[in-house]
Ligand binder design. Sequence first.
Ligand SMILES: Nc1nc2c(ncn2[C@@H]2O[C@H](COP(=O)(O)OP(=O)(O)OP(=O)(O)O)[C@@H](O)[C@H]2O)c(=O)[nH]1
Ligand SMILES: [Mg+2]
Length: 334
Amino acid sequence: MKTRKFVDHAVVYANAGNGGNGSASFRREKFVPKGGPDGGDGGRGGHIILRSNPDVDSLIALYFEPHRRAGHGGHGRGKKMHGKNGADCVIDVPLGTVARDRETMDFLGELLQPEEELLVAKGGKGGLGNVHFKSSTHQAPEETTPGELGQEITLDLELKIVADAGLVGFPNAGKSSLLTSVSHAHPKIASYPFTTINPVPGTIVFEDYTKIKIIDIPGIIHGAHDGVGLGDKFLRHIERAKLIVMVIDMAGTDGREPHADYKDLINELGQYNQELLQRPRIVLANKMDVPESSEHYETFCKETKITPIPISATSGQGLDDVKATLHQMLAPEA
Ligand SMILES: Nc1nc2c(ncn2[C@@H]2O[C@H](COP(=O)(O)OP(=O)(O)OP(=O)(O)O)[C@@H](O)[C@H]2O)c(=O)[nH]1
Ligand SMILES: [Mg+2]
């Protein structure tokens, strides 16, 4: 399967268009020897606008094309003709994009709804034509003003995926297997850790045709906040999830205690962002088809005082329960 490069950070050099100059012109008509001033204004320079497009799922286009320019405004002309406005440059970004000024790192805005727009660099205003400078004592003004320069800005764009639920677990816990079983997504599945190296979004469609977006992220391990494994940077993609779905390998396939995994995951979430610990969360005990899992399950419940939903992502056990829970907690009204 061809994997597309996933880009969740981009730097963009944006130049808005300059305004057009005002024109110095005088009316010339057959029987009017000394026509008055009729120089029109310059057009506005094009803006740089970010627009959230639900069909775009990463910032890759900007990675390959980081320089963006809007059109310049046209100069004013005689007969009070206004110069054309410069074409805006609209940059399509994925939902969840956060824009900052790269120099100051000031927050400029974020795009969370489809088709939202954020003006990030203003086109220069057009200059005034000489028609504006006429007065009773100044009948033939030559004055005009030049167009203003368009704003220039270096943007720092960061994607934080917008999803309803986010899957969190150790590598090999079966997060991708679960996503595959409940949605139409096809993340790579394998028995080695860190099979998933990029976030993979999936959509679960319920029987009443409502749907939710769920995201699979790379595995988190003990010490992820110190950069162990792939680190914890992918946790930012669940920062906006309404619900955290924790997947525990109850078979202890890789020789760890499942309840210790749970505590490690809670610790890593808290180290990354304390707020994530307040987020609604469900815990799934995966690989319950493996015989050793039952004993681990009991120890898990005792140690953690929680009762996870027992499932098997591969056999399908418990998945209806998971879907019903997700539906109840997240699905929009049908
Ligand atoms: N027996 C059993 N094996 C499972 C189950 N779920 C997943 N597995 C196996 O566990 C291994 C890891 O599954 P993945 O879905 O790739 O795990 P992951 O959590 O996405 O792993 P990373 O992407 O590395 O973080 C694969 O060999 C799966 O076939 C299950 O319910 N029962
Ligand atoms: Mg995976």
